[in-house]
Design a protein around this ligand. Sequence first.
Ligand SMILES: Cc1cc2nc3c(=O)[nH]c(=O)nc-3n(C[C@H](O)[C@H](O)[C@H](O)COP(=O)(O)OP(=O)(O)OC[C@H]3O[C@@H](n4cnc5c(N)ncnc54)[C@H](O)[C@@H]3O)c2cc1C
Length: 347
Amino acid sequence: MIELSEIRSLARDFAQAELRPGVEQWDHEAALGESVLPQLAELGFLGMLVSEEDGGAGFGMPAFVAALEEIAWGEPATALLVLVQQVVARGLGTSPADVRGRWLGGIASGELRGCYAFGDDVALHATQDGDAWRVSGSAPFVLHAGDGAAVALVRAGTDAGQATFAVALDDGAAFGERLDTLGLRPLHVSPLVLEAAAAVRLDDAAYTAASHTGRLGVAAVALGIAQAALDHALGYAAVREQFRTKLRDFDAIRFKLADMATSIAATRALLLDAAQQESATAAAMAKVLASRTAMHVTTEAVQVFGGYGYMRDYPVEKLMRDARAMGLIQGADERLRLEIASSLYDD
Ligand SMILES: Cc1cc2nc3c(=O)[nH]c(=O)nc-3n(C[C@H](O)[C@H](O)[C@H](O)COP(=O)(O)OP(=O)(O)OC[C@H]3O[C@@H](n4cnc5c(N)ncnc54)[C@H](O)[C@@H]3O)c2cc1C
């Protein structure tokens, strides 16, 4: 049985060797290097949460969030690519053997790309057509829609309320123009438009598993962004001198670095705890704390770099742009905080 620390260090080695060197160029070109996806597949990261029986690596959630944090430390958009595959995989993983057999092996190997549309802004409706279902409507922001995605996991309204569907994207699917984003620039975000697309209705467990994975995963990505920003700040403060003193020796800077490290440690502990439970509230808490940590730490890292921190030649402004998405994706933090509050009152 492979240890959590071994998975973490495998992911860190990959991030250091294969992702860090490309960060600046991929941000500039708004595209990941071509070798990234095959490498992720070969190392088994695309199938981490797919069972071995279905062609994946069959890891548990703690191992997944640890690996994802390290990949995000290397390059956050890459970690989100891995996460989207796992959200879809975990949703499909609860479905009958024929559905799993159709898609899961391809998702784990990277031959098939998945995407999902779950937000409140998603306007999808499903109708029954004999034994089959058809889904129509649109979702405005979907990661990897139009970027070769073959299957979408969606929430759609039915005459009897919201339900979850796996939609094949080979027929009845169109993709809007790719959207221009503040951060996470290598990611392909576009609208997904469905017109009577053939769908398989899944159990509610599919949505629960997918959404749980999404929350924990975004928390892990946010944490990786924060750790990367702290590491850059520590490095810079150790070499930059002002008034013949290293920045690291100014108390004002030391307080910042201490607070950044403390927030990161607290977030990592909460995330690991949440990853060991099935609780949606615990996952929401981890996601909300992690998105705040990412924003706080990256903003402070820019401050530690001074004016250079604002310049594109230095790495921290990009991390701040990436961090800004963490409070929005996979449920805006306000919605998650309302959900957390409801759990306190048992509403
Ligand atoms: C980079 C990126 C990638 C994304 N990828 C995906 C994807 O792959 N799949 C997908 O399904 N979605 C995706 N989304 C969409 C994302 O989940 C939504 O943007 C998010 O849920 C917020 O919804 P909205 O944009 O409609 O904002 P609104 O719902 O219009 O919210 C605007 C503001 O009002 C607040 N608000 C809204 N409703 C309430 C309420 N009831 N109570 C309190 N406050 C409220 C929100 O918190 C927010 O601050 C992505 C978004 C981004 C930015």
